[in-house]
Design a protein around this ligand. Structure first.
Ligand code: SF4
Length: 222
């Protein structure tokens, strides 16, 4: 068996085990996974909402539409090709449930620590060259983040699971957040997406894709 197919078998087993995970009693299962995509780019979301467990994939609802539009406009990558070529992880893979006051519950420290073991394993299996954390909770798993304006639009070299990797954070695409639609967020988001589009790991993915799509001329952040 080649090295590549061995890695794929290990990643398949990892995703099967992840989907069966029952470690956190407060979480609503099943865990949501984007599938065993061998990739040098790892996107790390926060936690699925209530729709994703039923639909069976991360970023399956309104925030996902915005996220995939960002990538279409900046990298010329459709949602289908994004899902087929980038590994989609999250801080927590299960829906945390709703707060009594409305909105999704923020995962506890213990739940985040539990799920970090899956992320560390993915870093070891995939040896990513680029990690894209999406939203403050995801960014904070890699860097201190007092303010989004301090980290969005920048590329940093970080250590995770005993290896060095580039990190380019994005804001959360949820419609509830106005940050990406107002200055300085709009400009910083555009800068972050340009950095992702120019990263060698993204260039390698686009080179491999059968029919690369040309990016549109301008990025519309609404
Ligand atoms: S949040 Fe993560 S660690 Fe907790 S049950 Fe879900 S998959 Fe397992």
């Amino acid at each position: 068996m080649s090295q590549g197919s061995t890695a794929q078998v290990r990643l398949d087993a990892h995703v099967r085990a992840l989907r069966r995970c029952t470690t956190c009693p407060q979480m609503h299962r099943p865990a949501v996974s984007g599938g065993a995509v061998m990739s040098k780019i790892l996107l790390v979301g926060q936690a699925p909402g209530d729709k994703e467990p039923t639909l069976g994939r991360p970023f399956a609802w309104t925030a996902g539409r915005t996220l995939f539009r960002w990538f279409e406009e900046s990298c010329g990558m459709s949602e289908a090709s994004f899902r087929a070529s980038i590994y989609m992880a999250a801080v927590c893979r299960c829906f945390p449930g709703k707060k009594a006051t409305g909105g999704d519950r923020v995962p506890s420290r213990e739940e985040i620590a539990n799920c970090a073991a899956w992320l560390d394993a993915e870093c070891n299996l995939l040896e990513p060259e680029l990690i894209i954390p999406v939203g403050k909770l995801a960014i904070e798993q890699f860097l201190p983040c007092q303010s989004l304006a301090d980290v969005i639009g920048r590329q940093q070299r970080i250590r995770r699971a005993a290896r060095e990797v580039d990190l380019i954070p994005l804001p959360h695409p949820s419609g509830a957040s106005t940050w990406p639609r107002m200055e300085p967020g709009k400009t910083l988001l555009g800068r972050a997406l340009q950095r992702i589009a120019a990263h060698p790991a993204m260039a390698a993915i686009k080179k491999k894709s059968v029919a690369p799509r040309r990016p549109r001329r301008s990025l519309t952040v609404t």
